[in-house]
Design a protein around this ligand. Sequence first.
Ligand SMILES: [Zn+2]
Length: 597
Amino acid sequence: MKPLKLLSAAAIVLAITSVSTAIQAGSEGSLHSVFERYEHDDPIPAKPGSGVRQSDLPIADVVVLNGKIYTVNPEQPWAEAVAIKDARIIHVGSNSEVGDLVGSHTEIYNVENGFVMPGIIDPHIHPGLLMAKRAFCALPGTFYEPTEEQILDELKQCIDQYPADRKWFIAQGYTTPAMSEKTLTKEYLDKLIPDRPAWIEDETGHNAWFNSKALELVGIDKSFKDTPDEFFSRTSDGDLAGIAYEGAMNPFLDLVNATFDTELQKIGFMRLLDEASSKGITAFGDGYTFEEDLQAWQELHQEGKLNAHAVLYLKGNLGTAELTPVEELLRWRKEYDLPGPPAVKLGMGGAVESYSEALIDGYLDDTKSAQPIIPADAFVDYIQQLDDAGFQLMVHAIGDGAVRATLDGYEKVIKKRGNNDLRHHIDHCTLIHPDDFVRFVELDISCSIWPPLNAPIAYNTEAVLPVLKPETRKRAYDNRNRQDAGMRQHNHTDAPAAVLWPWWGMEASATRGFPGKPELGKLNKDQALTVEELIKIYTINSAWAMNLDKVTGSIEVGKSADMILLNHNLLEVPLTDIHKTEVQGTIFKGKVVYNPL
Ligand SMILES: [Zn+2]
């Protein structure tokens, strides 16, 4: 029991205390010899819990003591302490059991009654799409409700710190509605950035702010013929004012994209992954890995810089029925040393609000309709090839018609295979026809939701829901019905296309309200999920969908030591405080990868 004495010496949460400073001299020697003897042994402890050190017990590299540890392991839901060796969990139990595994070199984390749970798993983010643009300057978007002043303050900070050797100043992410017309001019930007071309995309990616140097390089002037698909903001006398919309962005993007290199991508990816650590995320899926991203991922992987388990969903198609040949995908996996199991992403549709998702009952405007992007036969053939090659498939499907088409394809291949052990799954799932719930259960397919849509956010109430027929609208995000039907659900953030804030989505799913804005009311309140269900959804269910559930997703012996310490007990705080959750420490593979102190 002696090692536990040092708990009082651990003054701050998650501060590392060296056991040797607190352990009594007599025991230090014997512990040291035990440590050396077991350094390379099997990490599973023999007989913990006796309170007396036994010579056949391993010594932990790291222990977490004094916690309210919610394990997400139904066999042992709560524990006080965890011991870690060689990046894996070797014991989950009481302080005294784990105390038996402390040696002179063990790092001890006294979490002082804090709430600890498995790391959050975000199976669908997009480092590849936007992070090169955000590498040195990520401006705040809608979710942060910034004022113009705050956006400009952040922009000025970026400008001060921007690397001098980059040819262009590139930034992304501000919310246009917060900005005034007189600010969004090239003259205003010239004052801030006079010396090099500047390109600042707003959060939607549908328009961008440029300065005069950028315009000069592109060589466009007021004679440009605007069309509804490519146009500029204009001054009263017809000059280009400073914002390019849609297709008018392309000539700028040709120059901007040409400045991207592996180094910039690595910086961008790590910026997102460091932010993910600060939100408690210990595993992620890249929801579209392009060939141009592979070198950066390989280098980060080989340099040991990834601070979370990664699954890279290689691009199977992008907006069209043209499929990346499976031999090509196999070549990518062979030529590059990539983390995680082999995986592929396919899109079956676009977005409901742009009428590019197939709906079983059609759109409110019956002149609009859409078919699944990939024809049924070609889809089955492709899944079969991927399945044979051992690739897991994630399919983007939002409308219930696209979801059903995906299920139809999966069904043929999964039934032939005999199970879904590769974990083919579907992402977004705004609408699922109730007749299909049972097919998800029988085929053992998981469905991932973007949970902010469980709340009455403007995108939902003003863009998505209005295009649906009233009876279809009622079925949007019917999470409770899906849960009760026995479906396995998981959640994702889609960051940075949307905000990287799992706690916001968790609260929205538990309350069906907009976190912090009760005045906006609730969206289908009877479809709320419980916090216990949501913790599973964000941990073990997401791990399952990514085929990582044997590796992570719960605090269990043998799994990777991935866990987070929170500022409050999620199971006790009012539901409307969940979005205020703060991560006070993130441990990945037994190492602290985020510590705000
Ligand atoms: Zn996505």
